[in-house]
Design a protein around this ligand. Structure first.
Ligand SMILES: Nc1ncnc2c1ncn2[C@@H]1O[C@H](COP(=O)(O)OP(=O)(O)OP(=O)(O)O)[C@@H](O)[C@H]1O
Ligand SMILES: [Mg+2]
Length: 174
C-alpha cells in the first residue's frame, strides 16, 4: 500500500476497490480525533431518513468531523420516501454540510479547536474556513462515477471540502 499524506486542514475522499482498507483507515483517523465526530454509512443514513424524516440529516451535517462510509454503495437508494415526501438524503447531507462549512463554522463545539491562533493578527485564524469542518468519505466510485451519480453540483462541493485519494491494491479480505 502506498502512503497517504494527511492534510489536517481538509478532509478526504478515499476512493478504491473493495477491501483495500478505506473504512479501516477512516476508523484510524476517527480514533485520532479528540473532538466531536460522527460516523454514518450512506445506506444507514437513508434508513434513518426513511424512518424519521430529513431532520435527522442536520446532526450529521453540522458535526465538526464527519465520516461518511460507503458513498454510492449498492444498498444506497437515490431517494427515500418519508410520509409521502421524496428525499435525496446524500445530496441533502452534502449540500447542508457545505452550507455549514461556508457560513457557520464558528458556532459548533469542536470547531474552535481547529482554529489556530495567529500571532500576526492576534486573532483566531479564519483564513481556511474549510479547515474547521472535516469530512472523510470512503467510496468505491471513481471521480467520474461520482459526478454521474450525484452531479457536478455535489462533487464540486466535495472537491472544496476534501482531497481525493486513490487507494489501490488487492482486497485484504480472505
Ligand atoms: N493495512 C491493512 N493490513 C491488513 N488488513 C487490513 C488492512 N486494512 C484493512 N485490512 C482488513 O481488510 C478488510 C477490509 O478492510 P476495509 O473494510 O477497511 O476495506 P474497504 O476498502 O473499506 O472495503 P469496501 O470498499 O468493501 O468497503 C478488513 O477485515 C480489515 O481489517
Ligand atoms: Mg469500506
Amino acid at each position: 500500500m502506498g502512503q497517504i499524506q494527511v492534510n489536517w486542514r481538509k478532509g478526504k475522499v478515499l476512493q478504491g476497490p473493495f477491501g483495500v482498507g478505506k473504512t479501516t483507515l477512516m476508523k484510524t483517523i476517527q480514533n485520532s480525533k479528540r473532538d466531536q465526530t460522527k460516523w454514518i454509512s450512506t445506506s444507514q443514513l437513508c434508513n434513518e431518513v426513511r424512518s424519521n424524516g430529513e431532520a435527522v440529516i442536520d446532526q450529521y451535517a453540522k458535526t465538526a468531523c464527519l465520516f461518511i462510509d460507503d458513498l454510492g454503495s449498492q444498498s444506497e437508494p437515490t431517494t427515500v420516501t418519508h410520509f409521502g415526501t421524496e428525499i435525496n438524503p446524500v445530496h441533502k447531507l452534502i449540500e447542508d454540510r457545505y452550507y455549514y462549512v461556508v457560513h457557520t463554522q464558528h458556532s459548533f463545539p469542536g470547531c474552535q479547536l481547529r482554529m489556530g491562533w495567529n500571532e500576526e493578527t492576534k486573532r483566531y485564524d479564519t483564513r481556511h474556513p474549510e479547515s474547521f469542518f472535516e469530512t472523510y468519505i470512503s467510496t468505491n466510485l471513481s471521480f467520474d462515477q461520482l459526478v454521474e451519480k450525484y452531479g457536478g453540483y455535489i462533487v464540486d462541493r466535495l472537491v472544496e471540502m476534501c482531497d481525493f485519494e486513490k487507494m489501490e491494491g488487492n482486497s485484504y479480505r480472505q
